[in-house]
Design a protein around this ligand. Structure first.
Ligand code: ADE
Length: 251
């Protein structure tokens, strides 16, 4: 893409990328958000902190498209692992996104977005392929250099897997095994849960904008999720984002 919009929900998910932007960054403030317009690893980009949740992500996505004229959008951040074999430290590329808290029954089927006639929003296949390759190369070649053995042991990160598939989004931090079980019952194929991706994917569908959602697993969406999430956010979230997005943009 000619100009890429990159968003994240929290500061620590974006900080490393912001620090790596070239010197000629112009910051424009719209609707409480700072849009950083410039170059990242030699590529024209707009970086912005979307803030947390579907509304925040949707509003920011519209602004990236309408005000900043981006040609494609990538969301990067953390997620809670739900699917079997989706472990802390793994990477998930979302090929399809669903809003697990959308429920307009009995007027519309569960999860369906009223009037759009669909519950699932697909992301862009070529962006996904490139992200998957970038993530696989990063975890195989560089991760163990960037994150020391003691830190990896703390998080139980061995050789991270890169998954591709369904991501569920909702305005809830999933922090109990029972919540995660209900999610799997409602959506058996879900790999991980977060709070923004499906909102970005819906807006991008409405504007015919190619998009992708890249997530690193910080927790298992269970009773230790909040502690695990905060530690992961502080210590390694930015490392993953920089490592993968850098390879993605440098091709
Ligand atoms: N992002 C990271 N972990 C999460 C969780 N457990 N629930 C929702 N969003 C998350």
């Amino acid at each position: 893409p000619r100009r890429l919009g990159i968003l994240a929900a929290m500061h620590d998910e974006l900080a490393g990328l912001l620090a790596d932007m070239g010197p000629d960054v112009v910051v424009q403030r719209v609707g409480l958000r700072d849009y950083h317009v410039g170059e990242l690893y030699g590529h024209p980009c707009v970086l912005v902190l979307a803030r947390i949740g579907k509304v925040a992500a949707a509003a920011t996505t519209v602004t990236l498209i309408r005000e900043f004229k981006v040609d494609a959008i990538v969301f990067t951040g953390l997620a809670g692992g739900i699917g079997q074999g989706v472990r802390v430290g793994d990477v998930v590329v979302g090929t399809s996104l669903v809003q697990h808290d959308m429920d307009a029954r009995p007027i519309f089927p569960r999860h369906e977005i009223p009037l759009l006639d669909r519950a699932y929003f697909d992301t862009d296949a070529s962006l996904n392929a490139l992200l998957r390759q970038s993530a696989a190369a990063y975890v195989a070649e560089q991760l163990a250099t960037d994150i020391d053995a003691a830190t990896r042991a703390d998080f139980g990160i061995d050789v991270p897997a890169v998954h591709e598939g369904l991501i569920a989004s909702g305005d809830t931090f999933v922090h109990a095994a029972g919540m995660a079980t209900s999610l799997v019952e409602a959506l058996p194929d879900v790999l991980c849960v977060e709070m923004e991706g499906a909102a970005v994917a819906q807006i991008c569908h409405e504007y015919e904008m190619p998009c992708a959602v890249l997530r690193t697993i910080s927790d298992r969406a269970d009773s230790t999720a909040s502690v695990d999430f905060r530690a992961f956010l502080q210590r390694v979230a930015s490392v993953y984002a920089v490592g993968i997005v850098r390879r993605f943009l440098m091709g």
